[in-house]
Design a protein around this ligand. Structure first.
Ligand code: ZN
Length: 409
């Protein structure tokens, strides 16, 4: 749904965008933006893609004069040219404001002590967690990633009550806390977990081992950074700030706009950004807009927990598989733990998929292998090889975990 206010914000942005930005002058060449009079007209505008943003490297996206730009951030492009996003003072203030709202949605207050483990620097993570917390008035412990010994020492000595981390790093810390038996010395109450899609089972393990309530935070460097959506106590998707962004869900193949409740690719338009406004930006994240109101009473609409990335989609034996489906499937098999790894090979003219998974102590592994294999066949429709291993045997990562290894190409 597009509200009247959102439409006016968009119309207002469109009225000056060609003047302010060379990027959009080129992108909308021949498009009469003054003729956009309805949501339907807006939906005819071309999408922006990460490729477009890369082509604008280094500062082609800049839509405000030099004297108004106070900072840049850059997305960690895994391949080739990064994307540079310029921020005005107002953009930086807006980002802190919505990040503060995220903390408040999780019931975090100015009495909390927030340990920030995401990285600082060109990418947006650490500094966003910090400025939002400072605006709220909480005490920040700006650790950045790594150095587990020091993390745990500061967590204990500073009496951190909130841990901000990626899911894989939160898991690593949780396991280390359990191994050292120091949970009783800590004051952690909440975890704010960002930047990756993660399964329910992993969530329960981290929450269980840390003894905290976990909240999902969502965002991407191209659009402020983390902080544009946040889960609440009810753990039913994430509230997004519809006064700062407009969300659409599209079919990633046909690009048609899908109705509320249907899963597809999230497309975001910024409503207030000055340094680098984005219009219909394709995130490649798979989710849906949840219909109805949340039990928490928040007036903000929700997107569902991310299911995966459109580009994570893998095709094995002719079937489309999303990593989120594997998480869900493993969750249903008793005795199977949250960590897994998938290897896909092409041997003797056919695809072979091997799923390695960790098991709880004392389980019958060969029975679990049979169970997982059968479950996969029933749920996803293809035959795989299943290999059970002990807890801790699969690699942990302090960065985004890579779980699927496609060795076919
Ligand atoms: Zn809620």
């Amino acid at each position: 749904m597009m509200t009247e206010t959102q439409f006016l914000q968009i119309q207002n942005m469109l009225s000056t965008i060609k003047e302010k930005s060379a990027f959009y002058r080129q992108k909308f060449d021949g498009v009469d933006l003054a003729a956009v009079k309805s949501k339907e007209d807006f939906e005819k505008l071309p999408f922006s893609t990460k490729g477009d943003l890369r082509d604008a490297y280094p500062l082609g996206l800049q839509a405000a004069p030099d004297e108004e730009i106070v900072r840049i951030h850059s997305s960690s492009g895994t391949t080739g040219v990064p994307v540079i996003i310029p921020y005005t003072r107002q953009d930086v203030a807006d980002w802190a404001e919505i990040f503060k709202r995220c903390y408040e949605t999780a019931g975090i207050t100015n009495l909390d002590r927030i340990q920030v483990t995401p990285g600082y620097g060109l990418w947006t993570a650490g500094i966003g967690f910090q400025t939002g917390a400072e605006l709220l008035g909480s005490m920040v412990i700006p650790m950045g990633p790594g150095n587990t010994d020091k993390q745990l020492k500061m967590m204990e000595d500073m009496k951190s009550t909130v841990l901000c981390a990626t899911s894989s790093y939160a898991l690593l810390l949780a396991e280390e806390i359990t191994r050292r038996g120091i949970r009783d010395h800590l004051h952690l109450k909440k975890g704010v977990i960002g930047s990756e899609r993660w399964g329910e089972k992993m969530r329960r393990r981290i929450a269980g081992e840390l003894g905290v309530q976990l909240y999902d935070i969502y965002g991407l460097t191209e659009i402020y950074g983390p902080g544009i959506a946040m889960s609440c106590d009810y753990e039913c998707g994430m509230h997004y700030w519809d006064d700062y962004i407009y969300c659409e869900i599209i079919d990633p193949k046909t690009c048609e706009v899908l109705p509320e409740g249907t899963i597809g690719e999230l497309v975001i338009t910024t409503l207030r950004k000055q340094g680098a406004p984005l219009i219909r930006y394709r995130t490649h994240d798979l989710t849906r807009i949840l219909p109805g109101e949340c039990a928490c009473g928040s007036p903000y609409p929700r997107i569902d927990t991310l299911i995966g990335r459109t580009d994570d989609m893998i095709k094995v034996k002719g079937v489309n598989i999303f990593p989120g489906q594997i998480d869900e499937l493993l969750k249903e098999v008793k005795g199977v733990s949250s960590e897994y790894q998938v290897m896909i090979d092409h041997l003797g003219g056919r695809d072979i998929m091997t799923l390695f998974f960790e098991t709880d102590a004392g389980c019958d592994r060969s029975q679990l292998e049979t169970d997982v294999k059968m479950h996969f066949k029933t749920k996803i429709g293809i035959s795989i090889a299943a290999k059970a291993v002990a807890i801790g045997e699969l690699p942990r990562s302090e960065k985004k975990s890579t779980r699927i290894f496609d060795n076919r190409y």
